[in-house]
Design a protein around this ligand. Sequence first.
Ligand code: FE2
Ligand code: FE2
Length: 246
Amino acid sequence: MAQITEIAPDLYRISVLVSELNLQFNHFLIRDEEPLLFHTGMRRMFPVVAEAVGRLIDPATLRWISWSHFEVDECGALNQWLAAAPRAQAVCGQLGAMVNVQDFAAREPRALSDGEVLTTGRHRFRWVATPHLPHGWDAGMLFDESDRVLLCSDLLHQFGDVEPVTGGDVVGRYHEAVAMMQAHPVLMDYMPFTPQTRARLERLAQLEPRILATMHGSAYEGDGAAALRAAGDVLEQLLGAQPAGR
Ligand SMILES: [Fe+2]
Ligand SMILES: [Fe+2]
């Protein structure tokens, strides 16, 4: 059963622990005039996430379905959600709509340009295009300007059955997680460190988020700008200078 935590006013973290992976998958529901779900979850996780959403709203009233980049944990269950919620529409970045979602989604998506705002009622979400951060050409993040929450996808990924929200050392946990992935023969090179990585993180830091709502692990409450800049140090240290042939 999913664990639900309100991490900001009317912003709910719906967390499903996959014990075999020692990993939480977090989905975020914003309860507003036009409810928005960020991360659909995987197709096979749909019944669990839908049950949890149903504890918060009538799932049929869902209006917006969004995510960062095209991957099964981000948007695999999109079409199940579109079937369950007749008024719902996918909303993602222009590039993601163009290269994936216009074809993949059962209904036409709404495509946001970089910096465009989506208003759901009380909440205002700004789409920030972040190509290849955390990964994926189409990557982007939604920033809830109303409550300064950054829906930051795989950034600050942490392993373990951790607390829903922490003010503790998520950057240290992120370092451990990226190092573990990098040591894995298949999962290595989880995120790229590119010439643009620092600048993209700096742009996010300048939003001065007070909560970083990460997809895997605890949401971080505190100086989000400092945590994002420190995440850049982690990525550069672990992935910035790799031996040839990797
Ligand atoms: Fe991802
Ligand atoms: Fe993910």
